[in-house]
Design a protein around this ligand. Sequence first.
Ligand code: HOZ
Length: 433
Amino acid sequence: MSRSEELFQRAVLCMPGGVNSPVRAYQSVGSWPRFIRRAWGARVEDEDGRTYIDYINSWGPMILGHNDPRIREAVVKAAEKGLSFGAATEKEVEMAELICRLVPSVEMVRMVNSGTEAVMSAIRLARGYTGRDKIIKFAGCYHGHSDSLLVKAGSGVMTGGIPDSAGVPAGCAADTLTAVYNDSSSVEAILEEQGEQVAAVIVEPVAANMGVVEPKRGFLQDLRSLCTKYGALLIFDEVITGFRLGLDGAQGYYGVKPDLTTFGKIIGGGMPVGAYGGSREIMNHVAPVGNVYQAGTLSGNPLAMAAGYTELTILEKHPEIYRHINQMGEKFRTGMRSMLKKFDLPYTITGVGSLACLFFTQDPVTDYEKAKESDTNAFASYFMYMLNHGIHLAPSQFEAIFFSYAHSDVDVVETLRTAERYFSQFRSEKNGE
Ligand code: HOZ
């Protein structure tokens, strides 16, 4: 028995599903988690000493590659001065100034500890600011695990086939209205009926928790106009796209200005961080200036600020990082697309910049219903082959592939070759050869 299997046997006895976050359990691919003991650059190594080219990248934040020495040194230096003060620090001011400078729609920002917390707080702020209770989200978009957002959510809930979590009070879910991603008329229909009660429309500008689904041309612009027309706030959840599609995230990439933006792990360089921000006018409703309460002992934690500030500063100083990760994404998508053609496979490759996804379905994937048409058994078979041949993908059809600055041309070629070996074998088996 492998060491990962042994650890998993122990883990299931003391942790639900043996994990601290559901997708990691490998349930949907019919296997057990590979326990990771270290990571560097584009590689992770499991407890059995097997190394993999990693495309999970801690679900986004390792944009420079794993264990970047500059970030590690910044954390060590900060740790030497103390791990947590529960008090104001210089670094959190520098961090806030940096985010406000890099993201034009953000004039003020509040640091929190995760994307879930950021979104939960932004929703409360939108409700407090507008005096309205309802929110609109899109089926298949995932905004963390707070009550009002676990309605038709993506990521682990989609992977596990539980679109509406137990434990969410009916009254809470009733204030969450769901629309169809990439269909602004579905939002308009809700707003026409209940516009005066809607505090916010929240969207992942590129949906990256139902696989990767790009916004159609004009979709985000339509949301902007509708929100302005009906007096609702537009919230961009940039937990995945922020500082990945560019320094100004998806809002810069698509040229749409939200009222509030949420960030997550990406601004922590590997430490637990989140943030929400927007105009001075809206953010001044947050306590202690305003009456929307939100607080946290570890918010602005000195280690997290040191890691995040170092990472964002490097990203700002080195535009070549974005060129490189986008090129890697493009190389992968192009290579995969021609492979699908070569083997005449009814699958679809999607993505933008350094995000990608191979959907095991033929039709263009534009929303939750289309994403759900994917053949998840076919994904599981592909996933296991890739894993057994040194490629560490997210263990779910409904997650993204993340490229980092540490991925090289050689890594992408090796990944494509591995996929090619799988697909040629798969085709031979299918043809009974
Ligand atoms: N919700 C994350 C993916 N979208 C998974 C988090 C994790 O397992 O680390």
